[in-house]
Write a protein that binds this ligand. Structure first.
Ligand SMILES: Nc1ncnc2c1ncn2[C@@H]1O[C@H](COP(=O)(O)OP(=O)(O)OP(=O)(O)O)[C@@H](O)[C@H]1O
Length: 241
């Protein structure tokens, strides 16, 4: 059974079609990237798969279950990286992640272990609103992982990170995937997609233009040296994140 199966998925905001007739299958245990420039529809697609946004049309199955209307059977099995604005106010980093852990019946010590894995032990006593952008981003990722979900969704997880923190997070996400978890992330970064993903979906203007292994997409596109060249040949436009 695939981890995710999507067919003819569509969402419009007024006249703007954000996601257009998307078909996609993500296999169990895959590290899958949704790649594309600003406004391509990556977040809208993910939100529908996560069960956070109602599709206008099409079908989504996640871990063999329907995703919409919101399915309580899926909640413990999936992890969704929240935007940091969705943190509980005025809690410290430690209180924040322990609160998430408690919701899932996970022990406080395990929650503290996640703070360490994302390099935030020193900031455990800092209130969430006083964390830097990169620290808040790492905390939001730890909160998404604290209950050891089978399937993890991350929306541009490294956008606010410095190069070292970005590398560290790549290692962490690879280790989770190596442990058998399915990881789905959106990214603007072709480097990130090439470094991490088993397969990527290249999106533009709400459509999935191509799906495949990064190296195969490059090899299959005449004269392409990297995914940026693949994007150029698919769209006729230079890739601009
Ligand atoms: N709530 C909304 N209401 C109206 N339009 C929206 C809404 N959310 C997104 N859009 C529009 O839908 C399109 C797709 O947006 P979306 O956020 O899904 O793209 P994205 O690929 O995730 O972009 P980014 O990389 O900038 O986050 C964009 O043109 C965006 O302006």
């Amino acid at each position: 059974m695939p981890a995710i199966s999507v067919s003819a998925l569509t969402k419009a905001y007024g006249d703007l079609v954000a996601v257009a007739e998307v078909d996609l299958v993500v296999d169990d245990g895959e590290f899958f990237g949704v790649l594309g420039p600003n406004g391509a529809g990556k977040t809208t697609l993910l939100e529908m798969i996560e069960g956070l946004r109602k599709p206008d049309g099409g079908r989504v199955e996640v871990l063999g279950e329907h995703a919409w209307p919101r399915n309580p059977r899926l909640q413990p099995r999936i992890g969704v990286q929240l935007q940091s604005s969705a943190f509980f106010e005025r809690l410290t980093a430690r209180e924040q992640i322990r609160t998430f852990a408690a919701l899932y019946g996970v022990a406080a010590a395990a929650a503290d272990g996640w703070l360490e894995r994302v390099g935030l032990t020193e900031k455990a006593g800092t209130r969430v609103e006083d964390l830097s952008g990169g620290q808040a981003q790492r905390l939001s990722i730890a909160c998404a992982l604290v209950h050891d979900p089978d399937l993890v969704f991350l929306d541009e997880p490294t956008s606010a990170l410095d190069p070292q923190a970005r590398r560290n997070l790549w290692d962490l996400l690879s280790s989770i995937n190596d442990a058998g978890r399915t990881v789905v992330l959106t990214t603007h970064s072709m480097d990130e997609a090439e470094a991490l993903c088993d397969r990527v979906a290249v999106m533009d203007h709400g459509r999935v233009l191509e799906v495949g292994r990064p190296a195969e997409l490059v090899a299959g596109s005449a004269g392409a040296r990297n995914l940026e060249d693949v994007f150029l040949s698919l769209t006729g436009r230079e890739y601009r994140a």
